[in-house]
Design a protein around this ligand. Structure first.
Ligand SMILES: Nc1ncnc2c1ncn2[C@@H]1O[C@H](COP(=O)(O)OP(=O)(O)OP(=O)(O)O)[C@@H](O)[C@H]1O
Length: 228
């Protein structure tokens, strides 16, 4: 099966510092991959390369059979909009908008009409147990509710890959667990692959596969994480 994402010999330098030092990584359709490693090991930089937010200094990233680095900025924007979803640590929703408006955005950017986009956004919020919060703005909900809305926004347009960077990092253990479960459930329902950057080894251990980074290199996978 063709992987949905494939990185080969990826390398990113920041001046003399090497953030990603030659990473090969293949992610299958619908596969949930945890990326763990110490602070500064290159997790976020790797995620940015895989999602086309950052172009590596060398190496390549293919989305299906298309090399991302050969795309124009416009094609990369289009790729992110149509095929990728993003969840960040603090949700990163637009503060002035309501939750339903925020979740409508990816659909609106794809040209879905406003009324239909709102309807689908409302259904997606409902699926995450926060349908009743649709009319509230970002400042009027709790951290856990905000992360649920962020997941709704990341999956509402049925992306092929959801990139999640510490999506539960700002939550307490119980909320963190619940939000993580929802992310997995939504991704699995939609057949999306997930690339999850996390410090939380318990969460990472529940992904299909874990990749351990140290100093910008892949140094292990799977069982070593649980043992570590
Ligand atoms: N914009 C930048 N300019 C210079 N150096 C950077 C920049 N972004 C990251 N780095 C460096 O690259 C290395 C990898 O950073 P990265 O953020 O990818 O690590 P991380 O594993 O995600 O860390 P954390 O868990 O603390 O978020 C670090 O040494 C960091 O200091």
């Amino acid at each position: 099966m063709t992987p949905v994402l494939q990185a080969r010999a990826l390398r990113v330098n920041y001046g003399p510092a090497v953030a990603v030092a030659g990473v090969d990584l293949s992610i299958g359709s619908g596969e949930v991959v945890g990326v763990v490693g110490a602070s500064g090991s290159g997790k976020t930089t790797l995620l940015h390369c895989l999602s086309g937010l950052l172009t590596a200094d060398s190496g390549s990233v293919h989305f299906r059979d298309r090399p991302i680095e050969d795309m124009t900025e416009r094609q990369r924007d289009e790729l992110r909009r149509s095929h990728f979803g993003f969840v960040f640590q603090f949700g990163d929703l637009v503060p002035e908008l309501t939750l339903v408006e925020n979740v409508s955005l990816p659909l609106r950017l794809q040209g879905v009409r406003a009324a239909r986009a709102r309807e689908r956004a409302a259904e997606q919020l409902e699926a995450l147990g926060i349908g009743h919060l649709g009319p509230r703005t970002v400042g009027e909900v709790s951290g856990g509710e905000l992360q649920r809305a962020a997941i709704a926004r990341a999956v509402v347009h049925r992306p092929d890959v959801v990139f999640a960077d510490e999506p539960t990092g700002a939550l307490d253990d119980r909320n963190s667990e619940a939000v993580f479960e929802l992310l997995l459930q939504q991704a699995r329902t939609n057949g999306a692959a997930v690339v999850l950057v996390t410090h939380d080894r318990h969460l990472a251990a529940r992904t299909d596969r874990t990749v351990v980074l140290a100093n910008g290199r892949v140094v292990g996978a799977g069982a070593e994480v649980e043992a570590g």
